[in-house]
Design a protein around this ligand. Structure first.
Ligand code: 6PG
Length: 256
């Protein structure tokens, strides 16, 4: 499980810019090798700044947008137009014209939200897994999709995706994806749809974004070898294929 790369940037903006640069490098590599870049994005407050950084002209010009497909590791079971949706920031920052009026470089059809208008979580999960296969995303023998790059954020309780401490989704052999009841200990209190942790190990690369003082305690627990994955599910992203982008505030409680 261990040995991810850890980078400590100055602040949240530094994390967003480093993440955007890494997304572009991964995209260029994937497109050169396979003709397509399957990015699995995340929710929460972190990705908006990353999306904005990708729109900056010097970066946007390098990104192979036409060969990019964007998926989500989890979502809240709310419509895409709800500000709580994990797709909402992407729609606002990547699929709309930017501040200078430049049209989106990304086709609407390249964004694959979880079908949160489905009748229930079971139907939504089945439809999403079918869509992944139909789009030609390669899959591991374990059944997990092999994304070129998976972005994750880290919760103050040590969760990632919508796999919360104590969740059955944190256990080995848990299903590939599932509906998750609304968490009561962390906002927002809405049901989720999420991959289980095994999808992280199947990805070609994982980028964990965790800036800000609010993540310092969680990171100290995640990086402590005595912590069990079930108690801090983001430990499952301590992979050799992972890069953790922290800032000086979030890294404050990590050993040197
Ligand atoms: C979600 C997530 C979740 C998120 C973390 C960090 O839907 O809530 O995908 O895993 O990434 O909770 O969220 P913040 O970036 O808001 O701290």
């Amino acid at each position: 499980m261990m040995a991810p790369t850890v980078r400590i940037l100055d602040n949240a903006q530094g994390v967003a810019e480093a993440a955007a640069d890494r997304v572009i490098e991964a995209a260029i590599t994937a497109v050169a090798a396979r003709g397509v870049f399957h990015l699995c994005s995340t929710g929460g407050s972190t990705p908006a700044a990353l999306y904005r950084a990708l729109r900056e002209p010097s970066r946007a010009a390098r990104m192979p947008w036409a060969a990019t497909q964007i998926w989500f590791g989890d979502d809240r079971f709310v419509p895409r137009t709800d500000p709580l949706s994990n797709v909402f920031p992407l729609d606002a920052q990547l699929l709309s014209a930017d501040a200078a009026g430049t049209a989106s470089p990304l086709a609407t059809s390249a964004v694959h939200p979880w079908p949160t208008t489905a009748a229930d979580a079971r139907v939504a999960v089945g439809a999403y897994l079918a869509e992944l296969h139909a789009a030609g995303v390669p899959h591991a023998q374990t059944g997990f999709p092999i994304f070129d790059l998976v972005l994750i954020g880290i919760g103050g309780d040590g969760h990632c995706l919508s796999v919360f401490p104590g969740s059955a989704l944190a256990a080995e052999g848990a299903p590939v994806a599932a509906g998750v009841p609304a968490p009561t200990h962390i906002e927002p209190h809405v049901p989720r749809l999420s991959f289980s942790l095994g999808m992280l190990a199947s990805a070609r690369e994982v980028l964990a974004l965790a800036p800000g003082a609010g993540k310092a305690d969680a990171l100290a627990r995640i990086f402590a070898s005595s912590t069990a994955v079930v108690d801090a599910p983001a430990r499952a992203a301590l992979l050799p294929t992972a890069t953790w982008l922290l800032d000086s505030a979030s890294a404050a409680r990590l050993p040197a």
